[in-house]
Design a protein around this ligand. Sequence first.
Ligand SMILES: *[C@@H]1O[C@H](CO)[C@@H](O)[C@H](O)[C@H]1NC(C)=O
Ligand SMILES: *[C@@H]1O[C@H](CO)[C@@H](O)[C@H](O)[C@H]1NC(C)=O
Ligand SMILES: *[C@@H]1O[C@H](CO)[C@@H](O)[C@H](O)[C@H]1NC(C)=O
Ligand SMILES: *[C@@H]1O[C@H](CO)[C@@H](O)[C@H](O)[C@H]1NC(C)=O
Ligand SMILES: [Zn+2]
Length: 478
Amino acid sequence: MLILPAASLVYLIVGGGDLFNTARHSCLSDFYYGTYGQENVFIASQGCFNQLDLSSTRPTVLPLGPRPWDDSLLIWLNRVAVDNSIASQFDHAELTDFFGGLVASAESQEAAGQQVFGVEEAHPDIVVDSPYMKPNNAFLKLSPRLLPKFEEILPRFWKYTILPETPFSMIPVPEPAVDRVRKILDSVKFNPVVASLVNNISVPQMQQDIRFLTGEDPKSEIVTRHSFSDGIKIAANWIKGVIDGTGASCELKPFLPGFGPNIVCSYTPTVETNETILLSAHYDSRGSFGNVRAPGGDDDGSGTTAIIAIARTVARKGVSFKKNVQLCLFAGEEQGLYGSRAYARELRAQNANLTLMIQADMLAYHVPGEPPQLGLPDLIGTTEVTQLVANLSAIYSPELKVGFTPACCSDHQSFHEQGFPASQVFERAGPIADPMYHNSGDLSDRPGYDLEQVKSIAKVQFATLLHSAGFELPESDD
Ligand SMILES: *[C@@H]1O[C@H](CO)[C@@H](O)[C@H](O)[C@H]1NC(C)=O
Ligand SMILES: *[C@@H]1O[C@H](CO)[C@@H](O)[C@H](O)[C@H]1NC(C)=O
Ligand SMILES: *[C@@H]1O[C@H](CO)[C@@H](O)[C@H](O)[C@H]1NC(C)=O
Ligand SMILES: *[C@@H]1O[C@H](CO)[C@@H](O)[C@H](O)[C@H]1NC(C)=O
Ligand SMILES: [Zn+2]
């Protein structure tokens, strides 16, 4: 009998929390590609697949064919949790149209004699009849060449992630790291000095900063902060300059050709330690189909402005931190947490001593008439960090109504995946309700855009930093 060599088929395996737990104790742990909303994604070899007993977890399994698959990117698509008030116009048909649109676009470009996007090429590259297409997620293969086109026609309420070339390690946050957060939590009580520092955040200054970032300020040359644009480079240099000016030392860190860089700003500690507290936001943005503008006033100019406001207050008040403090502004968030994943992996490789990190993504919008709010992640993140943020919010920003949000998947996920304690702050105790989400109209001067809410949430982030890092003030300051 002729024995054929086993074809090196690989399988996409997708499932919820049960699958994640099963995976931890099987060969699947070597094939983890991330968690997206409720779904955990694995791409397993045939050898591993054959050993698995997944009957109790009932995952979705899709053979992907033999590896390697040319240079195709594997793209995971995730429908963002949006409020009914803005979701009604965007149903699942949109995604069907989107896949259809990809083919139509290929055909029209071919008719125009352009070879960039030939239909014969589109079919093998893009699994138009992808068997994996669900109400809230989908999966496809894409040639890297087609990425800009793909992004242009991607429906607004879908986020995509380019799956990494190599799997993640499944690194849980170690118990001693969680314990350290618990200790901070246990020690938290109202501190009048912290209150006066966090209250010093300036709303008029935040307004100037956000208007510069969106290009609403006529002196700003920024038209867009899309990751692939020139505008993001202008923004990067400007942000670096501003935060450098507050006593930090900022580095522009490129992570992938074609993308704007990450911005990593560090304050030197007053005590010798490698313990580090990290606050972050993403400064890239996404606009509307056919429009070159991606002003990202809320997403995530608001989080970026909050980080800048904290830095400006540190300088104004002469704060120095006992532990290491990093303020980071990531790029490539809209392409699937690209920048933060690169940086979190770098910190893991260095065995960095990260006490906790908090990502600020979309802080400004609430439905007119709703109270100011603080949304905390219901799924992704470290419960103890989220609890710490909630408790500090009750102390320093009692005006905020605190609750959970299903809006998921911002840069804190990258750190959580690498086993670092992490959480997120968001504008709403519920799903996304900003009608200008992923829209070229995402400016700061519009109804519902509330810089007082940004200040309230920035106060919570800043208070978490002050309580976790410890601080000193100049003696003469009153
Ligand atoms: C945090 O807040 C909760 C709810 O108010 C409270 O039950 C808990 O004791 C607080 N934890 C600490 C450590 O202060
Ligand atoms: C912040 O503190 C400075 C003095 O250190 C003061 O001049 C300024 O008015 C304060 N701003 C706010 C918003 O409290
Ligand atoms: C951080 O400092 C501790 C003690 O001071 C040391 O044991 C540890 O190796 C250091 N970690 C790194 C990554 O340098
Ligand atoms: C982190 O810093 C603390 C305090 O210095 C130290 O006890 C601990 O060993 C450090 N952990 C790592 C991973 O370096
Ligand atoms: Zn965002």
